[in-house]
Structure formats: C-alpha cells, structure tokens
Design a protein. Structure first.
Length: 630
C-alpha cells in the first residue's frame, strides 16, 4: 500500500487535538491563552505574529465547497450554502464570492460531517493502511479503535505474541500480517499513542486501552488463567490512569463467549471478576475522563442473569459517572426474544437516574460473508478439507467433476447434521432460509431456499452452481444476528442508539461491515424512506462526537474541524465486495468500496475524490480531554 506523502501544513495548524482547538473555536473556550498561541505559532514573543496568523487564517480560504445542501449533523433541517474552509476549520457558511486554491462543486450533493465510527478494531491495520480503508471509502473520517478489550498496548515487544493471541481468533486478524506489518516501538499505552501520532494517517483515530492487553501487560501468562492479586490490580490501575491522562479514549473489555484465543481459551479480559472491572472503570470516574465500552456478558439464556447484569451495569454507570456503551442486537435464536429491548430500557433508566449510556447498533444484520475464495461453511468436513486446500482453479475443476461433486454434497449434508461449536463470525452450517447469494449490494436478497425451490435444485447443488457461474467469486451472506430488519429499524430509531459497530479492521476475512453508513443512506434513507437524511446523519456523526467528547467534530459549524463527506443522496451505496490479498505477508481481507461519494475531507484537506486518494494524509490522533492539560 502506498505510504502517501505527508500532508501540507498551514502556519497555525495544530498537530493533534490536544493542542489549541480554541485557537479559532471561540476565545476562552479551552486551555489556550495568548501565550500558548504564541508557542504554537513558534514566534517566541511579540504579539504581532499571532495577530498576523489570525488575520491570515481569517482571510485565506483554502478550500471552498460550493452550492451543496448542508445536512449539519444536528438533526436540524437541511439548507443550501457554500462552505469556506481555512486550514483545518470551517471558516464560513453562506454565500461565498471569493475563490480558493481548491473548489469543489457540490451542486445537487449533500455536505455532511464526516461519519464517525465508534466501534472499530483498526489498531493493527493503522500500521500498514494509512488510508483507513474500508471505513474511509464509506465517508468515515474518525474512528474509535481498541474496542472489546483488544488493543496492542500496553505491551512490551517481547510479549507481543501474547497480545496478538487475544486478537487472532477473536477478531480474525492474521498473526502473520501483524508480525510483518507492525513496527513495535512501545511498552506502555502513552508510548503507543505517540507511535500512532507519528504514523501517516488519512483519517482521525481515538484509542481505548484494552482490558486484555492491560491484564497481560501486568500479569503475563497468568492473565489467561488467574484472578488478579491486589498488586496486579494496583499496577493495572496505575497504567490505566497514565493512559487516560495521555489521551486514551477510555477503557474497553470483553466478557463474551465469542472471544477466544486460537487454543480455545477465553481471552484475558474474560478472566476478570466484576470487582476488577469496577475498580478499573472507577479510575476513569476519578479522572472524569474516558468512556467504558464492553462486549457483553453471556446473559441470553437466563432472565435472572440478565437482570443481575443490568443491575451491575447501571450501578457502575451511576457510581463512577463514566459513560458506558455496548453493542445492541436482536437474535432470532435468543431464548429471550425481547432481550434487545431490555438494553435500551436499561439505557433509558440509567440516563434518567443521572448516568450516561449509549447503545451501538448496526444498520443491518451482522453477517458472515462467505465464498469459495475465502471461507465456506463446510471447510472442515471430509473431502472439503482436501479440495479447499487446492488453488482456486483446481477447486473449480474438482467442483465440475460429477463424482467429486457428489462426494462434496454428501459430506456437506453429513456435516450439517453433526453438532458444531462456532464462535464469533466463524461460518456455521447453513440454514437455507437464512443463506443469501449476494447478487447486488443492497437488499432485498432472495434466500437460497427460495432460489432452490424456484429452480427445482438441491440447495447444496445450487450453492456450487452459483459459485461456478462466477468462477468461485460468488459471495453468500449468512446472518449471525439482527435478522429481523424491523427490529434493526426500531433500534436505529431509539434516541439512545447510534449507528456504528462496523468492527472495521477485524474479522477481515469473515465479515464486511465497514459499509454500514452507506447502507444506511442507500437502503434506509433512499429506498425505504424509513429515516430522514437529517436523522441518519445525526446517528452517524454528532451523536457519536458528543458521547465520545470529540471536541469540534460531528457538526458542520463555523469553527469546527472541516471533516466532511460530500455525497449524492440519489446514488450513494456500497459496491460489491471483493477478496484481496493485500495485507502484509500477503494475508487476505474482504474489501468493499462505495459509489456516490464525491469527496471526503479530513481536517480541511481532501482525502478522496470519487474514492480515489487525492494525495494528502491529513488524519490525526484524537487524544482525550486530559491530554490537553498536560
Ligand atoms: Zn468489537
């Protein structure tokens, strides 16, 4: 992947968010005084330089976006205006007669804040993919990474394999790619933030301290098998405190059975008892900074366990004051079909009692994306095991051989009858009513059961025929959760939800949900008209910026950072996915671009035009609020 050239600088440009966002964000609004401005300006004294910079920046429009329809992120009605951008900020909104070095004609297009994704796992990818794909191809300009307890820090280089073990199976990130692609230069979390800050970046990143890494940092191998001692816990709290002060976005954990290591053990955070979690979240409470994100406990089988979990979570939010967030979803297989609603009720109750809580939803089902090129549900069955090891062309030849094909369908049938244990996004034996050939990027899709009936074919034969028709490049969707789209809509409409949860950067050969924002705009807003543009944009911008306290982002307002997505509401949609082998060490990943996005602007510079990289890498590390005071 191209390293890209460093972005151009303007004289007043702050290198990170912790520096002077109040420089043109309203006087007296932040920690910056005049002396600080002078320091940033590098003048070393005398007020004239500062005045010159302010004078210049006010008049020196660097980018104009002309004639667009502004949907500003607040939920307020759209309006037409030009945008004038000076350096990294929106300087003017209204009629602009002057011209600038760069002008984008946005006639007929929507100009919205860049989308913010609160649930990604780009921690490893950021080292080899400066553009932040595939999220950035869908209009995302800021992400939070390190979710579900998985981060690469704190961790000394000598222990990196322990931390990678947490990520490898639970998040399907290739250990070969991580080994080849990550230049380890840290031990504690503050050093990791410095490393991220130095990397060339197309988009903005905030980063949680992951509980699995933190536990492993302090306890080594014991993290995978033992309770903490009081010394362990004190050391973990110390490191977390330092990390939050250095600008970590918060602390994340997983208590979920889907998160296992390659040797079938729980990831380190799952060994923690609730008191350990409480004490760690309490550190953020004492500091009045940081968000707590968790992959939930396994509460779906027993209402009493669910109620106990809710009770603890609400108490934690109230006693610490820390904003709490987690993923919400509805599963048709849940023993408690209304469980999803109880999490929204919990958020309502917690907020009513004075706490902060936000539920993360997707804009569709979360599904495995399968193909003969990557993973199929029968790969571990006899005959399949051997055939699937072959190069793709030889697999194709085998599938065209009637005798081998019969063996394969027999083995698949047998495989579907035997019990299985799958975790996370691993492929499960298909139920043909819930298995969909992906023939276009947006729904509705017809199920394999339906297609088999219409064509009077055996469903297993049909899977093979469809694969062969496309030289094995046919994708199939297998929903894992959120099957009922009416419930997805109800969740998105709930005032305590945001549309996020792409898991971008993880499950790289299993799922492809980096396109949930363009799915939201193409499917729910345009085709179904179930949400207005104003609602959908707010759910992907301002509501997230507010919860994660991303100062100066998430709205189109004068003085705000110019993070913008400019798109055609009549065409915006995901494109068809592909499978590529472009990760370090040639590891594979699913890839998906979008159509209908005219330009993506990050910190005032054009990152993409029509999803082609324009050359700049204007992204930044977004440090939490305490870093500004350092
Ligand atoms: Zn996650």
């Amino acid at each position: 992947m191209e390293a890209g050239k460093k972005s151009s600088t303007v004289p007043h440009r702050a290198t990170t968010d912790r520096t002077c966002w109040s420089l043109r964000f309203g006087e007296g609004n932040g920690p910056c005084d005049r002396a600080e401005k002078r320091r940033l300006a590098g003048s070393g004294g005398g007020s004239s330089v500062v005045d010159d910079i302010e004078e210049n920046s006010r008049w020196h429009t660097t980018l104009i976006i002309r004639g667009g329809t502004i949907v500003d992120g607040s939920g307020l009605p759209r309006y037409e205006a030009d945008l004038g951008i000076t350096g990294d900020r929106i300087a003017t909104i209204g009629k602009i007669n002057e011209t600038a070095k760069e002008v984008i004609d946005a006639d007929g297009r929507v100009v919205a804040p860049g989308f913010i994704d609160g649930h990604t796992h780009m921690d490893a990818q950021i080292f080899w993919d400066p553009l932040g794909t595939c999220s950035s191809w869908h209009g995302v300009t800021s992400v939070v990474m390190g979710n579900c307890g998985f981060s690469l820090a704190p961790c000394a280089e000598k222990d990196k394999l322990l931390v990678m073990k947490n990520l490898e199976r639970a998040e399907d990130i290739s250990p070969r790619a991580m080994e080849a692609g990550i230049k380890w230069s840290w031990d504690n979390f503050a050093q990791y933030l410095d490393a991220v800050e130095r990397l060339p970046k197309g988009i903005n990143y905030a980063a949680y301290v992951g509980h699995s890494a933190l536990r492993t940092y302090v306890m080594g191998e014991r993290a995978f098998s033992a309770d903490t001692t009081s010394e362990d816990l004190a050391a973990m709290k110390r490191e977390l405190r330092t990390a939050i002060r250095a600008g970590a976005a918060g602390f994340s954990t997983s208590r979920n059975r889907n998160h296992e290591t390659p040797d079938n053990r729980p990831v380190a955070s799952r060994l923690a008892n609730w008191d350990e979690v409480r004490q760690l979240v309490g550190v953020m409470g004492e500091l009045h900074a940081g968000v707590f994100e968790l992959a939930q406990e396994d509460v779906d089988r027993d209402p009493a366990v669910l109620a106990d979990f809710h009770c603890r979570l609400k108490a934690l939010a109230l006693e610490t004051g820390v904003p709490v967030t987690f993923g919400g979803g509805a599963s048709r297989k849940s023993p408690q079909p209304n469980m999803w609603r109880s999490f929204f009720d919990l958020a309502d109750e917690t907020v009513a009692a004075g706490g902060k809580m936000l539920v993360q939803t997707s804009s569709r089902w979360i599904s495995a994306l399968l193909s003969f090129e990557s993973v199929m549900p029968f790969d571990k069955a006899p005959v399949w095991r051997d055939v699937r090891k072959l190069p793709l062309a030889e697999q194709e030849a085998a599938l065209r051989n009637p005798a081998i094909r019969r063996q394969l369908t027999d083995a698949a049938r047998e495989h579907m009858r035997s019990p299985h244990r799958v975790i996370g996004a691993e492929a499960r034996p298909p139920e043909f009513d819930w298995f969909f050939p992906l023939d276009k990027p947006l729904p509705p899709w017809r199920s394999l059961a339906q297609l088999a009936e219409e064509s009077d074919k055996d469903p297993l034969d049909l899977i093979i025929d469809l694969g062969l028709d496309k030289h094995l490049k046919q994708f199939f969707i297998q929903p894992i959760v959120n099957e009922d789209q009416d419930l997805v809509l109800a969740m998105m409409r709930h005032p305590r939800s945001v549309v996020t949860f792409s898991d971008s950067g993880a499950h790289v050969s299993q799922i492809m949900d980096s396109s949930i924002q363009t799915h939201l705009l193409g499917h729910w807003v345009r085709e179904r008209q179930a949400l207005t543009l104003e609602q959908a944009i707010r759910k992907t911008t301002f509501d997230l910026a507010a919860f994660w306290r991303l100062q100066g982002r998430g709205l189109v307002r004068e003085g705000y950072f110019a993070d913008l997505t400019i798109f055609d509401p009549a065409t915006i949609a995901p494109e068809m996915p592909t499978l590529e082998y472009d990760l370090p060490a040639g590891a594979r990943r699913l890839k998906q671009k979008s159509i209908g996005i005219l330009a993506t602007v990050v910190n005032g510079e054009v990152l993409f035009r029509e999803n082609e990289h324009a050359g700049a890498l204007p992204g930044r590390l977004l440090r939490g609020p305490l870093a500004a005071a350092r």
